[in-house]
Design a protein around this ligand. Structure first.
Ligand code: GDP
Ligand code: IMO
Ligand code: MG
Length: 424
């Protein structure tokens, strides 16, 4: 089966970018299918260190074509800035980067509303990235969105934009913000539009041809299953669906073309933003994970909340998405740990409980049930073969596999593309 999807198995930032960069070595086409520049995918390879927000993580392989699919919400200024970064690195996208004209656009009023809603909600806020993602997807679902395709018909676009800005200005001023000038937005956006025009192309034909020709497709998920609008602990979620099923609409491919679903998960748990996190450690051990794992958001720089591996969560995300294998990242972060804990399940009011039994408040009341295992207390960054990992490291991976019920095929032992073990 030529199509592989890469999906975040926890709360995001698992290392999806790294694995898409690795897997793209054998791919023909890489498609980003959801989210926007709320994503931050870090890649460390021979070109340097990159934090990609919109450009697919397969971009570093000159023979690979990259698509920003219709499921993505596109912030034009952010995208143009990212393209300019690549230009500086001498990586060319001419003829191999395609943006679907179906992508909905993020406008300054989306960003403004995102921040104003968050401020108004106070302690009830989601802790968004402030990139306007929620308001942009809300407009898409509510027939108020403007798509990249709309910009090809200038007069109609201006009419639609003027209307939206006037509607949004009423909301913005009611919430205490400054009204926006539609003419200024239009001028700025047409400037960006002219710059990116060579990349805009309907992608359906290209994807269909690739499938028929048996080409290898890689579907790059953004965010992660526990941030899914339906299956995350609402409202501490993102505004798009993040499941593997999102790839069919968001990339434009039939569901039964997808053969492999790789769940990327960290050897522990992190989360940015608000909402419950049962295994969170607010003590020195949490600080140690944050420090050793460099756990600061790739998009906002916020410190990530850190805690032990939560098998209850990954068992759930694996079952929901049908992960065929796991890519386990950041095993090296435990190198100096004497003991490691694994949450094997939850208890709620003294009874066994599952993640999916309740809402966000319920999840906040669940207590993890832990098992303690010994660490390996030696560096593993140089290890490239499963058999060369210390016995205790192999036992840790084996325990996670057993708890989640999905084989671990890849193991990350460092941020670089090469710091990876593939189990054969
Ligand atoms: P993504 O959003 O899922 O692509 O992940 P992020 O890039 O936001 O966060 C993952 C972070 O972990 C990045 O800084 C990566 O460079 C880093 N990383 C990925 N895999 C490994 C690994 O196996 N070991 C270590 N130490 N760092 C890793
Ligand atoms: P990648 O692709 C981690 C979180 C935000 C917030 C919630 C809603 O790098 O794994 P939004 O801006 O989407 O409206 O915020 O979702 N969030 C992420 N957390 N990694 C991400 O992406 C995220 N994208 C959004 O922190 O809690
Ligand atoms: Mg990230």
């Amino acid at each position: 089966m030529p199509v592989t999807a890469v999906i975040g198995a926890q709360w995001g930032d698992e290392g999806k970018g790294k694995f898409v960069d690795i897997l793209a070595q054998d791919a023909d086409l890489v498609i980003r299918f959801n989210g926007g520049n709320n994503a931050g995918h870090t890649i460390v390879n021979e070109f340097g260190t990159f934090k990609l927000h919109l450009i697919p993580s397969g971009a570093f392989h000159p023979g690979v074509k990259c698509i920003i699919g219709p499921g993505v919400v596109l912030d034009l200024p952010a995208f143009v800035e990212e393209l300019a970064e690549f230009d500086k690195s001498g990586i060319s996208f001419k003829g191999r980067l395609f943006i679907s004209p179906r992508c909905h656009l993020i406008f300054p009023y989306h960003r403004a509303l995102d921040r104003l809603y968050e401020a108004a909600k106070g302690r009830l806020s989601t802790g968004t990235t402030g990139r306007g993602i929620g308001p942009a997807y809300a407009d898409k679902a509510g027939y108020n969105g403007l798509r990249l395709a709309d910009m090809a018909r200038r007069d109609l676009f201006l009419e639609k934009l003027n209307l939206q800005v006037s509607l949004k200005n009423r909301l913005i001023t009611a919430l205490g913000g400054e009204p926006l000038d539609p003419a200024k937005i239009a001028e700025e956006y047409f400037g960006y539009y002219n710059l990116i025009q060579p990349y805009i192309q309907e992608t359906f034909g290209m994807t269909q041809t690739a499938l028929k020709d048996g080409k290898k497709l890689l579907l790059e998920g953004a965010q992660a299953v526990l941030l899914d609008t339906d299956w995350g602990a609402y409202p501490f979620v993102t505004a798009s669906t993040t499941l593997v099923s999102a790839a069919t609409a968001g990339a434009g491919i039939p569901f039964n073309a997808i053969g492999e679903v790789i769940g990327v998960c960290k050897a522990y748990t992190t989360r940015v933003g608000n909402g419950p996190m049962p295994t969170e450690l607010t003590d020195a051990t949490g600080d140690q994970l944050r420090q050793v794992g460099a756990e600061y958001g790739a998009t906002t720089g916020r410190p990530r909340r850190c805690g032990w591996f939560d098998a209850e969560l990954v068992r759930f995300t694996a079952a929901l998405n049908g992960f065929t294998s796991l890519a386990l990242t950041k095993l090296d972060v435990f190198d100096q740990f004497e003991q490691i804990q694994i949450a094997t399940g939850y208890e709620w009011e003294g009874q066994p409980a599952n993640y999916y039994d309740g809402d966000a408040e319920f999840l906040g009341e669940c207590h993890p049930v832990y098992q303690t295992v010994s660490g390996w207390q030696q560096p593993i960054a140089q290890v490239r073969r499963w058999e060369d990992l210390p016995e205790m490291a192999r036992q840790y991976v084996g325990r996670l596999e057993q708890e989640v019920g999905v084989p671990v095929r890849y193991i990350g032992v460092g941020p670089d593309r090469h710091e990876t073990i593939e189990r054969v």
